[in-house]
Structures are given as structure tokens and as C-alpha cells.
Design a protein around this ligand. Structure first.
Ligand SMILES: Cc1cc2nc3c(=O)[nH]c(=O)nc-3n(C[C@H](O)[C@H](O)[C@H](O)COP(=O)(O)OP(=O)(O)OC[C@H]3O[C@@H](n4cnc5c(N)ncnc54)[C@H](O)[C@@H]3O)c2cc1C
Ligand code: SF4
Ligand code: SF4
Ligand code: SF4
Length: 396
């Protein structure tokens, strides 16, 4: 049976929780805000199914010999604007609904917690649009997906690579009617830190949140902005140099332990699509890729077939693996093959999150430097003068 001695050995995929025949496994929140399986020994029949399927205990099976890489963008400008990258995911999801399928992805619940959810309604797809940089709550979604697959309905599941591996491991067989799209993944921040962050904003603005977007394109695609709207009409909008959520995420202060030595890094996947960013790629692929571009890696013949069917919805150009990695990493380290660094601050940041007042936490770890302050002030001016992108691409 599953026995987690080191937290880095569990990605929280929920495969064991869903597969246990006696419901002996519960997913329990730890002091950092992440869930881990806990076995009720009275209910356990020692069948070992949980450890047999756990993707962290298996060798990776993905084959990268037939992968193809593309730059893609959604031809619908509104969708592209409201998506994190080029809006490829929305085009794919629409196609699945057109085929009477069900789409699963991450959305906000009414309190802005991040949860996985499934829908077969086109008007509900916009809830999936945009990355939510937090570990999503999966609960019994894998069991629900299996039931739908058994009814022979088409299913699209999107999530982090460990979640896609988890779903495939739970299912224990291939389904022709399942399509999986995984995001290239820097890591998933703690839901506890995210909750504290939201509470601090609600307190400051004296109003509840009505909309939250981790990466709004206020100053263009290459300069993402955290945006929160409140019931009282006020709006918060800050870039990565000053926003406490994005800054902590990018610095790797609050990711799950499994993310710093991620076992799911590869150009391939056991699923069908891998999707991520392509930064400053317009000079290489053309101006039409400027306002957002999704790196799409196809890893199965199923994925290639669907891509053909999407050509009315997306603009697309094939690129080689080297260019895919280069533009995904913005000329630096790409997360396709590498894990994010684990900074020293990770040892105490999440401990302090559970005990410290948010203001003190920010002052201890996330105080803005003069350089960051200057960047924050200059950004709107440079953007208005159409100089922001030029400066950014020169500084690469
Ligand atoms: C936690 C996380 C880390 C990421 N790190 C990187 C990275 O380092 N490099 C990179 O190139 N790309 C990364 N991405 C992917 C990137 O942000 C875009 O999601 C991707 O490029 C697709 O963009 P799009 O415009 O086509 O679709 P979008 O409309 O942005 O699609 C969003 C998709 O992401 C899924 N999703 C959103 N939030 C979550 C979540 N919390 N957990 C699981 N699935 C989620 C939705 O279900 C949907 O399928 C990350 C995404 C997430 C969620
Ligand atoms: S199956 Fe998933 S949730 Fe269960 S122990 Fe393995 S990684 Fe963790
Ligand atoms: S060994 Fe079998 S019964 Fe026990 S927790 Fe694992 S799956 Fe459940
Ligand atoms: S970095 Fe790896 S372990 Fe962490 S969420 Fe992403 S795929 Fe899972």
C-alpha cells in the first residue's frame, strides 16, 4: 500500500484515492495547504492497487520519437485576448463539445478556489480559459471521467502533466475516446498561500472578489498582469515585479515539494497534447503571433488528426524542437525538460504562511526592490509609447 515517507514522492494526482476499492484512502490537507493520501488501516484490504498504479512509482512510458511542435493562436481575437497564451486550448475544447463530448479543466468555484470540473456546454467553456497558478482540487473527477468514457462519450481532460499521468494510471487501459492535454508546468503553488493572498486583497479593498485573472494581457502578452475585480467596483492590477502571488510563484517559494524534481518532464506525454507559451516569437513566426501564441506539441496520431480539424479556428505553423524549447523558455530555461529551482526560502515560506500575518510575510520575503518599483511605475508609460516589448526582447 501507498506509504509516503518523503513529500516529494507524491504529486497529489489522486489516482490512488480514486482507485481504492474500499475507500480506505482520504486526501488530507497538510500544514502547507497541499493534500496527501492517508490510509485508514481498518478499511484497507492490502490489495496493493494504490501502489501498483501510483505514477510516481513507475518508469515514464512516453515515446517522443513521433512528436511534432507548432506555434498556434486562436483566430477569435476575444478568445485569444482572454487566454493565457494563444488560446489554443479553447479551440480544442470547442471542437470536443461540437462532437458531443465532455471537457474537463480547471476553473474557479464561487470563492475563487481552483477546482477541476467537467462540462458539455459551450457557454461554460470560458471558465477554463486562463491559467490558474495553484494546485487544483481534483476530488473524484477521475471516477466521473471513467463513467463517461464507459458510456462511449468523447472526453477531453486538461491538467498538469502529473494529473494526466494520474488519470491514465487510474484508468489502467487506453480509451480511444479520451483526449488529454497537459500544460507545460513550472509547478503548482499552495492553495493555502493563495487563500491568504485573496483574503489580504479582500481586506484591503473592503469588498468581495468578482473576477480574478492570473495573467491578463493589460500591457501585452509578454508582460502578464494579475488582475482582481471587486464587488464595490474597485480594481487591483499588478505585474510580476510587485504582485505577491505571481512573484512567489515565479520565485518558486510556495510550490508543491514534488515540483522541484518533477518526474514528468519530457517533450512527450502519455496523453495527446502538451501546451505552453511561446514568448516573443513574432519575429520568427510572424506578427499574427504577437498578442499570444501557444506552443502545441502533438504526441499521438489522435492529436494530429484533431489538429487537422481545427484549422478553421486556429492559425498554426510547425516549428522544430529546438525552436520550441528556445521560445518556450524565452531564450532562457524552458520548463519542458527542467524543473524549477527550489530556493532556500522554500524551507520557511510556507511555514510562515500558516502562522504570520500576510503583511509581515510580504515584508519578510516579497518586499519590492527600488528596481522593481521603478519597473512597475515605468511599465504603463513604456507600453503607451510602444517601447515595452522592444525593451523586453532586447534585455533577453
Ligand atoms: C500551474 C501551471 C503552470 C504552468 N507553467 C508553465 C510554464 O512554466 N511554461 C509554459 O510554457 N506554460 C506553463 N503553463 C501553461 C500556460 O500557462 C498556458 O496554460 C498554456 O500555454 C495554454 O494556453 P492557452 O492560451 O492555449 O489556453 P488557456 O486558456 O490559458 O488554457 C488554460 C488551460 O489550463 C488548464 N489549467 C488552468 N489552471 C490549471 C491548474 N491550476 N491545474 C491544471 N490545469 C489548469 C485549464 O483547464 C485549461 O486547459 C502553466 C499552466 C499552469 C496551470
Ligand atoms: S497515486 Fe498520486 S496521489 Fe496517490 S500517492 Fe501516488 S502521486 Fe500521490
Ligand atoms: S492497499 Fe488496496 S485497500 Fe489498501 S489503501 Fe491501497 S488500494 Fe486501498
Ligand atoms: S511540476 Fe511536475 S509535479 Fe509539479 S504540478 Fe507540474 S507536473 Fe506535477
Amino acid at each position: 500500500m501507498i506509504d509516503i515517507k518523503n513529500k516529494k514522492d507524491c504529486s497529489g494526482c489522486t489516482a490512488c484515492y480514486n482507485v481504492c476499492p474500499t475507500n480506505a484512502i482520504e486526501m488530507v490537507i497538510d500544514e502547507e495547504g497541499f493534500k496527501y493520501p492517508k490510509i485508514n488501516k481498518d478499511k484497507c484490504i492490502k490489495c496493493n492497487l494504490c501502489s501498483k498504479i501510483c505514477p510516481m512509482l513507475k518508469n515514464k512510458e512516453d515515446d517522443t520519437s513521433n512528436i511534432k511542435c507548432y506555434g498556434a493562436y486562436n483566430k477569435n481575437n476575444d478568445i485569444k485576448k482572454n487566454s493565457t497564451s494563444g488560446g489554443f486550448f479553447s479551440a480544442l475544447a470547442e471542437k470536443i463539445i461540437d462532437k458531443n463530448g465532455v471537457v474537463y479543466g480547471a476553473k474557479f468555484d464561487k470563492d475563487f478556489n481552483v477546482i477541476h470540473y467537467g462540462t458539455d456546454k459551450i457557454e461554460k467553456l470560458q471558465a477554463f480559459r486562463g491559467s490558474k497558478y495553484v494546485k487544483s482540487e481534483l476530488d473524484k473527477i477521475f471516477t466521473e471521467i471513467k463513467e463517461i468514457l464507459e458510456q462511449n462519450r468523447l472526453v477531453l481532460f486538461s491538467g498538469t502533466p502529473c494529473e494526466v499521468y494520474g488519470l491514465k494510471a487510474f484508468l489502467q487501459k487506453d480509451y480511444e475516446n479520451l483526449i488529454c492535454a497537459e500544460v507545460i508546468c513550472h509547478g503548482v503553488p499552495s492553495p493555502l498561500y493563495y487563500k491568504k493572498y485573496r483574503e489580504s486583497k479582500i481586506k484591503k479593498y473592503k469588498s468581495n472578489i468578482t473576477k480574478l485573472s492570473f495573467r491578463e494581457k493589460t500591457y501585452g502578452y509578454s508582460s502578464s498582469t494579475m488582475t482582481i475585480k471587486f464587488e464595490n467596483g474597485k480594481k487591483y492590477s499588478r505585474g510580476h515585479e510587485s504582485d505577491e502571488m505571481i512573484k512567489a510563484f515565479m520565485r518558486g517559494y510556495c510550490s508543491r515539494e514534488s515540483c522541484y524534481d518533477c518526474r514528468f518532464k519530457s517533450f512527450g506525454t502519455v496523453g495527446d497534447f502538451k501546451i505552453g507559451d511561446l514568448w516573443n516569437v513574432e519575429g520568427y513566426l510572424g506578427e499574427e503571433f504577437k498578442d499570444g501564441a501557444t506552443l502545441v506539441i502533438t504526441c499521438s496520431s489522435k492529436a494530429e488528426k484533431i489538429l487537422e480539424e481545427l484549422k478553421d479556428k486556429i492559425g498554426i505553423k510547425e516549428i522544430n524542437k529546438e525552436k520550441a524549447e528556445y521560445y518556450n523558455g524565452n531564450g532562457g530555461t524552458s520548463m519542458i525538460l527542467h524543473s524549477a529551482n527550489r530556493p532556500n526560502e522554500r524551507d520557511t515560506f510556507l511555514k510562515d504562511t500558516s502562522t504570520m500575518d500576510f503583511k509581515n510575510l510580504r515584508n519578510k520575503y516579497l518586499k519590492m526592490t527600488y528596481k522593481e518599483y521603478a519597473k512597475m511605475k515605468l511599465k504603463p508609460i513604456l507600453y503607451k509609447m510602444k517601447l515595452l516589448d522592444k525593451i523586453k526582447s532586447k534585455s533577453r
